[in-house]
Write a protein that binds this ligand. Structure first.
Ligand code: PGA
Length: 261
């Protein structure tokens, strides 16, 4: 089962994940990070930037692959995930820009962009630690309900729910692109460690379905149950729909420190 860690808030989650990533980079200076965008991982990137700075962690060899990208946003648009990853991850962490990839959402060549991205991940030796958020629809990456659990990077159509949820980042809801290119669920499951973060009550049903519901393409987050090493880090509100809360708290309180997350 996924390990569930209940924390007071995003800052504590960020410290926990930052600690795991720093340990990974110390052991493997060219570690491959799987990078999520959205609001959820921001505190984690901030905590990680502080740790890298304070502990003088050498990140010049660290590589990264973003989960997804919008299709057809004009270059230079601030919500282009290439721009978001540069602004929120590459620059504050001091990563080497050429070592961080984002799926190519340019409509010219979009037919082979998914396969190109898959090849690049395989050539890098796979993702060591994948940071994930979860959408209210249950999506991970932009794999909306119905996505094959074996899917690889490809173009998807966003649900209207996701377009509405992401409209806050755009001038108008109709500016949110209709299509995206996203790592598939099969791609995500190949990463060696999944760290899924969720905060707030609005995510509680998706978290409960992902952790305790039946494994189903109807709830893409539930694919984490197929992975041997998943850590779900949630606040009390996002955890509120979970049935086995007491057990998760008990297991975490009694976890040997050497195991980390
Ligand atoms: P959010 O999005 O972090 O902005 O809530 C999560 C997601 O859609 O996967």
């Amino acid at each position: 089962m996924a390990e569930v860690v209940i924390v007071p808030g995003e800052a504590e989650a960020g410290e926990l994940v930052a600690g795991a990533i720093v340990a990974l980079i110390r052991e493997k200076p060219d570690a491959v990070l799987g990078l999520a965008t959205g609001s959820t991982p921001i505190a984690t990137y901030q905590a990680l930037a502080r740790r890298i700075h304070d502990d003088r962690v050498d990140v010049r060899g660290v590589r990264g692959f973003a989960l997804d990208e919008y299709v057809g946003l004009p270059p230079g648009h601030p919500e282009h995930y290439r721009a978001v990853i540069t602004r929120e991850v590459v620059e504050p962490l001091g990563l080497t820009p050429e070592l961080v990839r984002v799926p190519n959402g340019d409509p010219a060549g979009i037919e082979h962009a998914g396969a190109d991205y898959e090849r690049a991940i395989v050539a890098a030796g796979g993702v060591d630690l994948q940071i994930l958020g979860i959408g209210r629809t249950g999506h991970i990456g932009f794999n909306e309900p119905g996505s094959s659990l074996a899917s690889l990077t490809r173009v998807k159509t966003l649900t209207e729910q996701t377009r509405t949820d992401n409209a806050r980042f755009f001038d108008s809801p109709s500016d949110v692109p209709m299509h995206c290119i996203t790592q598939g669920i099969g791609t995500i499951l190949r990463a060696r460690h999944l760290v899924l973060l969720a905060f707030g009550e609005a995510k509680a049903p998706a978290v409960a379905a992902a952790v305790e519901g039946p494994v189903s393409a109807n709830q893409p987050g539930s694919a984490i149950q197929l992975h041997p090493h998943t850590t779900v880090i949630v606040d009390e509100a996002a955890a509120s729909g979970l049935e086995h809360l007491d057990y998760y708290r008990h297991a975490w309180a009694n976890k040997p420190a050497w195991q980390g997350i």
